[in-house]
Ligand binder design. Sequence first.
Ligand code: GLY
Length: 428
Amino acid sequence: MKILVVGSGGREHAITWKLKQSRKVDSIFCAPGNAGISLLANCVNIKADNIRSLADFAKRNKINLTVVGPEQPLAMGIVDEFKRRKLKIFGPVKKAAQIESSKVFAKEFMQKYHIPTSPFKVFDNSVEAIGFCKSVEYPVVIKADGLAAGKGVIVAGNFKEATRAIESMLVKKTFGNSGNRIVIESFLRGQEVSVMAITDGKAIVPLLSSQDHKQAYEGDSGPNTGGMGAYCPTSFVNQSVMKDVNDYILKPVVTGLRNENITYQGVLYAGLMLTDTGPKVLEFNCRFGDPETQTVLPLLKTDLADIFSAVISRKLGNMSKLAWRRGTAACVIIASKGYPGKYKTGHRITGLPTGDNSSCNIFHSGTKRNGNNWFTAGGRVLGVTGVDSNLKAALDRAYRQVRKIRFEGARFRRDIGFRALKQMNRRK
Ligand code: GLY
């Protein structure tokens, strides 16, 4: 098989790394990819949202299967375009991708199909939204309807903060058209976890659960980022929780969409809050999570190319159980100083292990290479994933490697997995 991976981050590096292990895969292209990915695949200089050029490339190069990493091209309809041109592609069609690209669609869909989520209201008028916020319980969550690169969710602690968020979205248009409508919803308390599932629109195969740390600083404080680290599996999702997630969330989503004449094929990512009254949906994503994927795929034993092919041919039902390595995977992200705000790039990276000479997987998010020299090229720079028999050992392994990697302004969180470690200590 000739495969094309679309995207350029740590998630796409992990997907490429996993596909590379398949005996069925002859060659991998990645568009646009990054310096780390270029060690495994042929990087092609086409942006992830240049759908027509990607389809032209796939046609010209007789690509057998394309895998889409980020949400933007999915929301723009890359799968619809590839299908129109009889090209095989893994990912949901535009209508199905609305589950992520429109928070209003997702919430109204959940309400219609009784999928557990927090109560909400939708507004397109700032005066009405502010009026509503006079009588809500704080904190309250304010979300821009459309895609906003992970920045469109604001937790407002009081009326003043809520007013500022509403005006920024609906009046100042900080997120452009993505903020034409907003969702205001109740704040949920509990453990936040991620469950991704593969589906062909009929069968649903959940992947191992994970927990990521979205905030920039220790103790899950500070601004939201794309994710500063994750681990998999998470002890917060035991068999009984997973059953609830499957029965009350994943299955109703896939059948509900089918009822709306939408076949969901691809990865369905459920961002969940485990509340006292059961798991509730915070958000859906229409793609693999990042950095979660950097921890889930290192534990997957099943051939990823087989999984993608089964989804495309709608034969996932024949594959209902995946094989997993025992143990835990923990990923620590090394980011540039200033991220998720402004940051500088072009700093030389030292201490990267060469070849396979590492006890960890090192997935690149934002790097450039010049000969044997590596440079920073993004906010999130590297993801270091350690795999070991338990969470503590996996974290120790990852942090030992992280401490050897240096560049000016390198920053990482020192407490990835702290919630699960705390729970374990309490049980002792
Ligand atoms: N880690 C969260 C996300 O992928 O959206």
